[in-house]
Design a protein around this ligand. Structure first.
Ligand SMILES: Nc1ncnc2c1ncn2[C@@H]1O[C@H](COP(=O)(O)OP(=O)(O)OP(=O)(O)O)[C@@H](O)[C@H]1O
Ligand SMILES: [Mg+2]
Length: 262
């Protein structure tokens, strides 16, 4: 993807929690560039900084240090308040493991919520919510409450909601962690469809090497650093099962690497 356009890039992204003796370096000078329409899978042992990366990229937490660049803009210090909340609202979409839908609102209202909060016209809100629901294959469930939907359907609603304001980057932390394997595959196919039809850039944190086979790129974290990365074409295997074994072996090798152990 040499000439692919960068949608978002960060450099020296660092997060240190706590003070002095209790300091934890959760993320340690990470450089990452995301190309338009790329699905990036983030993997690594527990505590390696994956969720921290997502929180910083999503503007949920300010970094201790780091710069950011959007599209062909200039490098600048990572956002702080008040810019960080604009960035979070305008540039980022979030999908979570437990869907996080509002239980008193219908599927369509949940999808529309970001536009309602942004004060868009009623006509625009209704048209776009319907469009998104159709794109995720849930038109006939528009008037249902989350409690009347399956887990996979709820996650489709959550994906539609995350995309309705056309974010530059969709972030997902274990989006299939609460779904069975058949439904997980459907949701992963949906992410691929969003990449193909909308050119959506997507970053997904996962523990599951099978899920990671859906990435255009897999990046491996350890001790807050990006220690390895593989493009899809470098991942060895005839099918997803074989490729997931390859990814699992790479993951085990970075977890056991004695040189890097602290
Ligand atoms: N709010 C916090 N205060 C202090 N330390 C934190 C905080 N959040 C995360 N950490 C520490 O930062 C490091 C990275 O945590 P993080 O949650 O990013 O890991 P992770 O890769 O997502 O792990 P997991 O796979 O278990 O979800 C860990 O050592 C963690 O204990
Ligand atoms: Mg985590």
């Amino acid at each position: 993807m040499k000439d692919a356009k960068t949608v978002l890039a960060v450099k020296n992204l660092t997060k240190i929690y706590g003070q002095e003796a209790n300091q934890v370096v959760a993320l340690d000078h990470v450089d990452l560039e995301l190309a338009t329409g790329e699905i990036v899978m983030v993997m690594g042992p527990s505590g390696s900084g994956k969720t921290t990366l997502l929180q910083l990229l999503g503007g949920l937490e300010p970094p201790t240090e780091g710069e950011i660049k959007l599209r062909d803009g200039e490098w600048q210090q990572f956002y702080r308040e008040p810019q960080i909340s604009h960035y979070r609202r305008d540039t980022i979409g979030f999908v979570f493991q437990f869907f996080n839908l509002i239980s008193a609102l219908t599927a369509e209202e949940n999808v529309a919520l970001p536009l309602i909060l942004a004060g868009e016209s009623k006509k625009k809100i209704t048209t776009e919510a319907k469009e998104l629901l159709q794109l995720v294959g849930l038109s006939e469930r528009a008037k249902h409450l989350p409690s009347e939907l399956s887990g996979g359907q709820q996650q489709r609603v959550a994906i539609a909601r995350a995309l309705i304001h056309k974010p530059a980057l969709l972030l997902a932390d274990e989006p299939t962690g609460n779904l069975d394997s058949r439904t997980s595959k459907d949701i992963l196919d949906l992410f691929v469809k969003m990449r193909d039809q909308l050119g959506q850039t997507i970053l997904i944190v996962t523990h599951d090497p099978y899920v990671a086979t859906y990435g255009d790129r897999v990046v491996l974290f350890r001790d807050g650093r990006m220690v390895d990365e593989y493009r899809a074409e470098q991942i060895v295997g005839q099918n997803r099962n074989e490729r997931s074994v390859y990814i699992m072996e790479r993951l085990q090798s970075i977890s056991n690497d004695p040189v890097m152990s602290s």
